[in-house]
Ligand binder design. Structure first.
Ligand SMILES: [Fe+2]
Ligand SMILES: [Fe+2]
Length: 302
Protein backbone atom coordinates (compact mmCIF):
# COMPACT_ATOMS: atom_id res chain seq x y z
CA UNK A 1 0.00 0.00 0.00
CA UNK A 2 1.46 3.34 -1.07
CA UNK A 3 0.14 6.84 -0.82
CA UNK A 4 0.02 9.67 -3.29
CA UNK A 5 1.01 12.04 -0.52
CA UNK A 6 4.30 12.24 1.30
CA UNK A 7 2.78 10.78 4.45
CA UNK A 8 4.96 8.05 5.88
CA UNK A 9 3.61 4.60 5.30
CA UNK A 10 4.63 1.15 6.30
CA UNK A 11 6.85 0.23 3.42
CA UNK A 12 5.67 -3.28 3.03
CA UNK A 13 5.52 -4.19 -0.63
CA UNK A 14 2.45 -6.29 0.09
CA UNK A 15 -0.94 -4.75 0.39
CA UNK A 16 -1.95 -6.06 3.78
CA UNK A 17 -5.35 -4.39 3.80
CA UNK A 18 -6.41 -6.25 0.70
CA UNK A 19 -4.79 -9.47 1.88
CA UNK A 20 -6.42 -9.20 5.29
CA UNK A 21 -9.88 -8.82 3.70
CA UNK A 22 -9.25 -11.86 1.52
CA UNK A 23 -7.99 -13.86 4.47
CA UNK A 24 -11.08 -13.05 6.56
CA UNK A 25 -13.31 -14.08 3.65
CA UNK A 26 -11.52 -17.42 3.42
CA UNK A 27 -11.86 -18.01 7.14
CA UNK A 28 -15.56 -17.14 7.13
CA UNK A 29 -16.79 -18.22 3.71
CA UNK A 30 -20.48 -17.91 4.58
CA UNK A 31 -22.59 -15.28 6.38
CA UNK A 32 -23.00 -15.59 10.16
CA UNK A 33 -26.49 -17.06 10.07
CA UNK A 34 -25.80 -19.60 7.33
CA UNK A 35 -24.64 -23.16 8.04
CA UNK A 36 -21.15 -23.36 6.50
CA UNK A 37 -21.63 -27.04 5.65
CA UNK A 38 -24.57 -25.99 3.44
CA UNK A 39 -22.62 -23.78 1.19
CA UNK A 40 -19.37 -23.94 -0.63
CA UNK A 41 -19.47 -22.98 -4.27
CA UNK A 42 -16.00 -24.33 -5.05
CA UNK A 43 -15.88 -27.62 -3.19
CA UNK A 44 -19.08 -29.22 -1.94
CA UNK A 45 -17.06 -31.85 -0.08
CA UNK A 46 -15.34 -29.30 2.13
CA UNK A 47 -16.44 -29.39 5.75
CA UNK A 48 -16.32 -26.69 8.39
CA UNK A 49 -13.22 -28.13 10.04
CA UNK A 50 -11.30 -27.57 6.83
CA UNK A 51 -12.47 -23.97 6.62
CA UNK A 52 -10.82 -23.41 9.97
CA UNK A 53 -7.51 -24.74 8.83
CA UNK A 54 -6.45 -21.25 7.84
CA UNK A 55 -2.98 -21.41 9.30
CA UNK A 56 -1.74 -23.76 6.60
CA UNK A 57 -2.69 -21.61 3.67
CA UNK A 58 -1.98 -18.16 5.01
CA UNK A 59 0.55 -15.97 3.20
CA UNK A 60 3.71 -15.16 5.16
CA UNK A 61 2.96 -11.42 4.92
CA UNK A 62 -0.45 -11.92 6.54
CA UNK A 63 1.05 -14.12 9.25
CA UNK A 64 3.65 -11.42 9.99
CA UNK A 65 0.95 -8.79 10.07
CA UNK A 66 -1.02 -10.71 12.72
CA UNK A 67 2.12 -11.37 14.72
CA UNK A 68 2.89 -7.66 14.93
CA UNK A 69 -0.72 -6.86 15.71
CA UNK A 70 -0.89 -9.39 18.54
CA UNK A 71 2.44 -8.38 20.06
CA UNK A 72 1.89 -4.63 20.06
CA UNK A 73 -1.83 -4.23 20.81
CA UNK A 74 -1.55 -3.91 24.59
CA UNK A 75 -3.87 -2.17 27.04
CA UNK A 76 -1.48 0.79 27.33
CA UNK A 77 -1.05 1.04 23.57
CA UNK A 78 -4.83 1.20 23.06
CA UNK A 79 -5.32 3.80 25.78
CA UNK A 80 -2.57 5.93 24.24
CA UNK A 81 -4.02 5.75 20.72
CA UNK A 82 -7.53 6.56 21.94
CA UNK A 83 -6.23 9.65 23.66
CA UNK A 84 -4.14 10.66 20.67
CA UNK A 85 -6.87 10.29 18.04
CA UNK A 86 -9.90 11.49 19.98
CA UNK A 87 -8.24 14.89 20.17
CA UNK A 88 -9.48 15.17 16.54
CA UNK A 89 -6.82 17.70 15.72
CA UNK A 90 -5.60 16.27 12.41
CA UNK A 91 -7.96 17.48 9.70
CA UNK A 92 -11.36 18.99 8.96
CA UNK A 93 -13.28 17.11 6.29
CA UNK A 94 -16.80 16.31 5.26
CA UNK A 95 -17.74 12.65 4.82
CA UNK A 96 -17.48 12.54 1.01
CA UNK A 97 -14.21 14.47 1.21
CA UNK A 98 -12.89 11.89 3.70
CA UNK A 99 -13.85 9.08 1.31
CA UNK A 100 -11.92 10.79 -1.49
CA UNK A 101 -8.99 11.33 0.85
CA UNK A 102 -9.04 7.64 1.82
CA UNK A 103 -9.06 6.80 -1.85
CA UNK A 104 -5.57 8.30 -2.20
CA UNK A 105 -4.35 5.07 -0.62
CA UNK A 106 -3.14 3.11 -3.62
CA UNK A 107 -2.90 -0.64 -3.81
CA UNK A 108 0.18 -2.43 -4.96
CA UNK A 109 -2.08 -5.27 -5.95
CA UNK A 110 -3.72 -5.90 -9.30
CA UNK A 111 -5.71 -2.83 -10.39
CA UNK A 112 -7.84 -4.98 -12.74
CA UNK A 113 -9.25 -7.19 -10.04
CA UNK A 114 -9.06 -5.18 -6.84
CA UNK A 115 -11.39 -2.39 -5.84
CA UNK A 116 -10.21 0.99 -4.65
CA UNK A 117 -11.17 2.04 -1.12
CA UNK A 118 -13.97 4.25 -2.45
CA UNK A 119 -15.27 1.44 -4.66
CA UNK A 120 -15.38 -0.95 -1.69
CA UNK A 121 -17.34 1.59 0.35
CA UNK A 122 -19.77 2.18 -2.51
CA UNK A 123 -20.18 -1.53 -3.24
CA UNK A 124 -21.03 -2.17 0.39
CA UNK A 125 -23.48 0.72 0.63
CA UNK A 126 -25.06 0.05 -2.78
CA UNK A 127 -25.66 -3.58 -1.84
CA UNK A 128 -27.40 -2.39 1.33
CA UNK A 129 -29.39 0.14 -0.72
CA UNK A 130 -30.42 -2.48 -3.30
CA UNK A 131 -31.64 -4.71 -0.47
CA UNK A 132 -34.07 -1.94 0.51
CA UNK A 133 -32.49 -1.36 3.91
CA UNK A 134 -32.84 1.86 5.97
CA UNK A 135 -31.02 5.04 4.95
CA UNK A 136 -28.91 5.16 8.09
CA UNK A 137 -27.67 1.66 7.24
CA UNK A 138 -26.75 2.61 3.67
CA UNK A 139 -24.79 5.50 5.14
CA UNK A 140 -23.13 3.24 7.73
CA UNK A 141 -22.03 1.02 4.86
CA UNK A 142 -20.60 4.00 3.04
CA UNK A 143 -18.54 5.21 5.98
CA UNK A 144 -17.62 1.93 7.73
CA UNK A 145 -13.98 1.89 6.57
CA UNK A 146 -13.26 5.63 6.61
CA UNK A 147 -11.19 5.06 9.75
CA UNK A 148 -8.55 3.59 7.45
CA UNK A 149 -7.39 7.17 6.90
CA UNK A 150 -5.23 6.31 9.91
CA UNK A 151 -2.90 4.77 7.32
CA UNK A 152 -2.57 8.16 5.65
CA UNK A 153 -1.48 9.64 8.97
CA UNK A 154 1.41 7.18 8.92
CA UNK A 155 0.03 4.61 11.37
CA UNK A 156 1.31 1.08 10.81
CA UNK A 157 -1.20 -1.28 9.18
CA UNK A 158 -1.34 -3.56 12.25
CA UNK A 159 -2.78 -0.55 14.13
CA UNK A 160 -5.40 0.18 11.46
CA UNK A 161 -6.82 -3.13 10.26
CA UNK A 162 -7.06 -6.70 11.54
CA UNK A 163 -9.63 -8.58 13.61
CA UNK A 164 -10.20 -6.67 16.85
CA UNK A 165 -10.30 -8.12 20.38
CA UNK A 166 -10.56 -6.80 23.95
CA UNK A 167 -7.39 -5.73 25.74
CA UNK A 168 -7.21 -5.59 29.54
CA UNK A 169 -8.42 -9.17 30.00
CA UNK A 170 -7.43 -12.64 28.82
CA UNK A 171 -7.14 -13.11 25.05
CA UNK A 172 -9.61 -15.66 23.73
CA UNK A 173 -8.09 -18.67 22.01
CA UNK A 174 -10.68 -18.17 19.26
CA UNK A 175 -8.87 -15.03 18.11
CA UNK A 176 -7.02 -15.77 14.90
CA UNK A 177 -3.38 -16.88 15.57
CA UNK A 178 -3.74 -16.95 19.36
CA UNK A 179 -0.18 -18.23 19.73
CA UNK A 180 1.20 -14.80 18.82
CA UNK A 181 -0.14 -13.35 22.08
CA UNK A 182 2.66 -15.15 23.82
CA UNK A 183 4.92 -12.19 23.09
CA UNK A 184 2.35 -9.56 24.12
CA UNK A 185 3.51 -8.09 27.47
CA UNK A 186 -0.09 -8.17 28.82
CA UNK A 187 -0.19 -11.93 28.37
CA UNK A 188 1.93 -12.38 31.51
CA UNK A 189 0.46 -9.51 33.50
CA UNK A 190 -1.68 -11.04 36.28
CA UNK A 191 -3.85 -7.89 36.46
CA UNK A 192 -4.74 -8.23 32.78
CA UNK A 193 -4.66 -11.90 31.90
CA UNK A 194 -7.70 -13.21 33.75
CA UNK A 195 -11.17 -13.87 32.34
CA UNK A 196 -12.41 -10.44 33.48
CA UNK A 197 -9.13 -8.55 33.85
CA UNK A 198 -9.91 -4.87 34.48
CA UNK A 199 -13.63 -5.32 33.65
CA UNK A 200 -16.74 -6.43 35.52
CA UNK A 201 -19.01 -9.28 34.54
CA UNK A 202 -21.66 -8.01 32.10
CA UNK A 203 -20.25 -4.46 32.14
CA UNK A 204 -21.19 -3.90 28.48
CA UNK A 205 -18.92 -3.56 25.46
CA UNK A 206 -19.00 0.22 25.67
CA UNK A 207 -16.77 -0.09 28.76
CA UNK A 208 -14.44 -2.60 27.10
CA UNK A 209 -11.39 -1.39 25.19
CA UNK A 210 -10.81 -3.22 21.93
CA UNK A 211 -7.53 -3.37 20.06
CA UNK A 212 -7.02 -0.05 18.28
CA UNK A 213 -7.88 0.38 14.61
CA UNK A 214 -10.17 1.84 11.97
CA UNK A 215 -13.41 0.62 13.59
CA UNK A 216 -13.03 2.57 16.82
CA UNK A 217 -11.74 5.67 15.07
CA UNK A 218 -14.69 6.00 12.67
CA UNK A 219 -17.10 5.17 15.51
CA UNK A 220 -15.71 8.04 17.60
CA UNK A 221 -16.21 10.43 14.70
CA UNK A 222 -19.73 9.26 13.84
CA UNK A 223 -20.94 8.85 17.44
CA UNK A 224 -23.13 11.99 17.64
CA UNK A 225 -24.82 11.44 14.29
CA UNK A 226 -25.99 7.87 13.67
CA UNK A 227 -28.51 5.60 15.41
CA UNK A 228 -27.15 3.01 17.82
CA UNK A 229 -27.49 0.11 15.35
CA UNK A 230 -25.31 1.93 12.83
CA UNK A 231 -22.75 2.80 15.49
CA UNK A 232 -22.48 -0.86 16.50
CA UNK A 233 -21.85 -1.76 12.86
CA UNK A 234 -19.03 0.77 12.65
CA UNK A 235 -17.45 0.00 16.00
CA UNK A 236 -17.58 -3.80 15.95
CA UNK A 237 -17.45 -4.85 12.30
CA UNK A 238 -13.92 -6.30 12.74
CA UNK A 239 -14.69 -7.85 16.15
CA UNK A 240 -14.84 -11.35 14.66
CA UNK A 241 -14.13 -13.10 17.99
CA UNK A 242 -17.51 -11.71 19.17
CA UNK A 243 -19.76 -11.60 16.10
CA UNK A 244 -18.47 -14.78 14.44
CA UNK A 245 -16.96 -16.87 17.23
CA UNK A 246 -19.43 -16.02 20.00
CA UNK A 247 -16.69 -15.11 22.48
CA UNK A 248 -16.72 -12.48 25.26
CA UNK A 249 -20.42 -12.79 26.06
CA UNK A 250 -19.44 -12.44 29.74
CA UNK A 251 -18.49 -8.81 29.09
CA UNK A 252 -21.72 -8.03 27.20
CA UNK A 253 -24.94 -6.53 28.51
CA UNK A 254 -28.44 -6.93 27.11
CA UNK A 255 -28.02 -4.03 24.68
CA UNK A 256 -24.93 -5.67 23.16
CA UNK A 257 -26.79 -8.95 22.75
CA UNK A 258 -29.65 -7.16 21.02
CA UNK A 259 -27.26 -5.29 18.74
CA UNK A 260 -25.22 -8.38 17.79
CA UNK A 261 -27.63 -9.37 15.02
CA UNK A 262 -27.22 -5.96 13.39
CA UNK A 263 -23.45 -6.35 13.38
CA UNK A 264 -23.78 -9.82 11.83
CA UNK A 265 -26.30 -8.50 9.35
CA UNK A 266 -23.89 -5.75 8.33
CA UNK A 267 -20.99 -8.20 7.99
CA UNK A 268 -22.61 -9.92 5.04
CA UNK A 269 -22.65 -6.72 2.99
CA UNK A 270 -19.05 -5.92 3.93
CA UNK A 271 -17.59 -9.37 3.22
CA UNK A 272 -19.86 -11.03 0.70
CA UNK A 273 -20.90 -8.30 -1.70
CA UNK A 274 -22.09 -10.19 -4.72
CA UNK A 275 -22.04 -7.42 -7.24
CA UNK A 276 -19.24 -7.60 -9.78
CA UNK A 277 -20.12 -4.18 -11.04
CA UNK A 278 -17.62 -1.50 -10.25
CA UNK A 279 -19.56 1.44 -8.83
CA UNK A 280 -19.16 4.81 -10.50
CA UNK A 281 -18.36 7.48 -7.87
CA UNK A 282 -19.19 10.37 -10.20
CA UNK A 283 -22.69 9.05 -10.92
CA UNK A 284 -23.35 8.14 -7.29
CA UNK A 285 -21.98 11.26 -5.63
CA UNK A 286 -25.23 13.34 -5.70
CA UNK A 287 -27.20 10.57 -3.98
CA UNK A 288 -24.55 10.18 -1.29
CA UNK A 289 -24.11 13.93 -0.78
CA UNK A 290 -27.85 14.11 0.02
CA UNK A 291 -27.70 11.10 2.30
CA UNK A 292 -24.66 12.46 4.14
CA UNK A 293 -26.31 15.87 4.59
CA UNK A 294 -29.30 14.19 6.21
CA UNK A 295 -27.16 12.95 9.10
CA UNK A 296 -23.84 14.80 9.21
CA UNK A 297 -22.67 18.42 9.30
CA UNK A 298 -20.69 19.75 6.33
CA UNK A 299 -17.36 19.43 8.09
CA UNK A 300 -16.16 17.14 10.85
CA UNK A 301 -13.01 17.16 12.91
CA UNK A 302 -10.78 14.14 12.34
FE1 LIG B 1 -13.38 -2.50 8.00
FE1 LIG C 1 -15.02 -3.07 4.69
Amino acid sequence: MNTHSDAPSENDSHDIMEEWDEFVKKRYPTPANQDPTDFNPTDPEKKESEFRDYEKEVRPSVRRFYEENHIHQTYDFVMGKKKEFTAFNRREMGIWEAAEYLNTLVDDSDPDTDLSQLQHLLQTSEEIRNAGRPRWMILSGFIHDLGKVLCLYGEPQWAVVGDTFPVGCAFSDKIVFPEFFDKNPDFRNPALNTRLGVYEEGCGLDKVHLSWGHDEYVYQIAKPYLPMEGLYMLRYHSFYPWHREGEYDHLCNETDRKMLKWVQDFNKYDLYTKSHEVPDPVALKPYYEDLIAEFFPDKLKW
